[in-house]
Design a protein around this ligand. Structure first.
Ligand code: FMN
Length: 305
């Protein structure tokens, strides 16, 4: 019997649907036993968000300052054959509940175990995954594989639809005019193909990384221009997050003005800076072909530098 632990968190239920799809083949397999652990932040994050609440999680997300979570139910000393960590991205970083799990004592469950990550995000996950990989390795986990499901609409349209979704709770606000926000139902449904590959890989004792096999089935797509784009945005995010944190922690009224300034910056960045930056990043990706080839290779392989 192969024992699999699945650690997950989802606000809207999107990532839960992805996890259910990937693990559907496990449910039919009698040689596999699955334990689900939902990470529960204390208190829960609001959904839909107000614009201020949305931006108030920004500094802690960027700086990796964990929120409080409820104690987990699984035994961290149990010898699981595979640990699956399903997470989403908040401001180019792992979401706060996932950061909290990775920083908690329960993270020792990954020690000596293969760890598969499943990311469900809009489209920018590269730098967040660097942080997650490092924390997995620090806990003694082995990087087994990474699956990424993202919104496939173009970047600017995707920003618009996800903003509407996060602030109104409506995934399909204007059917026919705007595409539905987030990851397509088809992509979520098709993620079941990875479950079969995982079962097959687990049949071997001490399986190594299965990233190459997963990639042959479309597990990871690295968009060249986002490599430059993310690095540029992250550098700016670090400055803004430190500026806000000087006025106090999440929820502190003293920092509300700075949080709202950041909100203004975010809207300006989306409307004015993002289109220019997108063009510059596409140009940079074309001009720096050798550098980009090396980086695509690195991000696709799910390894740590
Ligand atoms: C506060 C916040 C910040 C986000 N920042 C990013 C981001 O930087 N990159 C990205 O690809 N998606 C980002 N997203 C989208 C999430 O990764 C995710 O796809 C969405 O919130 C749905 O996830 P769920 O399963 O938790 O409902 C953000 C979402 C929230 C709520």
């Amino acid at each position: 019997m192969k024992k699999i632990l699945i650690i997950h968190y989802s606000q809207t239920g999107q990532l839960t649907d992805i996890v259910k799809s990937v693990t559907a083949p496990f449910e039919k397999d009698e040689t596999v036993s699955v334990t689900y652990e939902e990470i529960k932040p204390k208190p829960a994050f609001p959904f839909p968000w107000s614009a201020t609440q949305f931006c108030d999680v920004f500094p802690e997300s960027v700086q990796g300052i964990p929120c409080e979570i409820e104690p987990v139910h699984f035994d961290p000393n149990e010898d699981y054959d595979l640990v699956i960590l399903a997470y989403q991205i908040w401001f180019l970083a792992p979401s706060l509940p996932i950061t909290a799990f990775l920083e908690s004592g329960a993270a020792k469950v990954m020690k000596g175990r293969p760890v598969l990550t499943i990311i469900g995000c809009r489209n920018m996950w590269l730098l967040a995954h660097e942080t997650v990989k490092q924390k997995i390795v620090k806990s003694g986990g082995r990087l087994f594989g990474n699956l990424v499901l993202a919104d496939r609409t173009n970047n600017l349209l995707g920003v618009l639809t996800i903003t509407i979704w996060m602030l109104s709770g409506k995934k399909k606000l204007v059917p026919g005019l705007l595409p539905a926000a987030g990851i397509s139902d088809q992509d979520i449904h098709d993620a079941a193909r990875f479950g079969d590959l995982l079962i097959h890989a687990l049949e071997k004792n001490e399986p190594g990384s299965i990233q190459e096999t997963l990639n042959e089935h479309g597990a990871v797509t690295v968009v060249p221009q986002y490599i430059f784009f993310e690095k540029r945005i992250q550098a700016i995010f670090k400055i803004w997050s430190r500026f806000i944190l000087k006025k106090g922690n999440r929820g502190n009224p003293a920092r509300k003005f700075r949080v709202q300034l950041f909100l203004g910056y975010l809207f300006a960045a989306i409307a004015v800076i993002a289109p220019v930056s997108t063009v510059l990043s596409i140009l940079a990706a074309k001009l720096k072909k050798d550098e980009i080839k090396h980086e695509i290779d690195y991000f696709s392989k799910n390894i740590v530098d």
